[in-house]
Write a protein that binds this ligand. Structure first.
Ligand code: 3PG
Length: 186
């Protein structure tokens, strides 16, 4: 059970992956993304200001935006995400200790895979929506096509090396539900 991540991915085919350094970034990002008609943001835990940035973005713009946390790689970070009541959680991978907590959090989430065995592990747990990361390094569109032929029930959100020039090639595929990337916020 992925706590209805499907709804978020279906409604948001483009998911900006951002870093926030300070409170001014929060407003800048809101304006930039709003101009593009985007209503969803993944704020990564890659800056000291990240948690504060997530709380602030949610407080100021949470009525309009789905505010997610990205780069979640530990149980501590999942607990903190629950505390802040984020709208969704993104992890670059999948560990045994995170599985139960993610499901119990009641927060929609997506975890990263890049190989067939990782996809099969996620399928065993019952997860159907996966992040394909880092997409460009692990074969990009060609890998998505190959995975589509084998894992027909799985829907992917590729991220990593997606940009203005190639995002449509991913979104055209039946097994790609949305794409993520930092290019959307640049
Ligand atoms: C991610 O966290 O999903 C990626 O780092 C985004 O990759 P990009 O900067 O190549 O878009």
């Amino acid at each position: 059970m992925q706590n209805n991540i499907a709804e978020i991915l279906e409604n948001n085919p483009l998911i900006p992956v951002v870093t926030i350094q300070n409170s001014a970034d929060v407003d800048k990002l809101y304006l930039k993304l709003s101009e593009k008609g985007i209503k969803c943001i993944e704020i990564t835990l890659r800056t000291d200001f990240a948690w504060e940035g997530i709380a602030l973005f949610k407080k100021k713009y949470g009525h309009e935006f789905k505010v997610g946390v990205g780069t979640v790689i530990s149980r501590t970070q999942i607990h903190k995400s629950i505390e802040l009541d984020v709208d969704f959680i993104v992890s670059p991978g999948l560990t045994t200790s995170m599985i139960q907590l993610l499901e119990a959090s009641k927060i929609p989430f997506i975890a990263g895979v890049s190989t067939p065995s990782e996809i099969m592990r996620a399928m065993e747990i019952g997860w159907k929506y996966l992040k394909f990361f880092p997409a460009d390094i692990f074969g990009g569109v060609q890998s998505m096509k190959a995975f589509g032929a084998i894992f027909s029930d799985i829907k992917f959100c590729p991220t990593g090396g997606i940009d203005e020039a190639n995002y449509e090639q991913y979104l055209e595929l039946n097994n790609v539900i949305s794409v993520g990337g930092s290019w959307l916020a640049k």
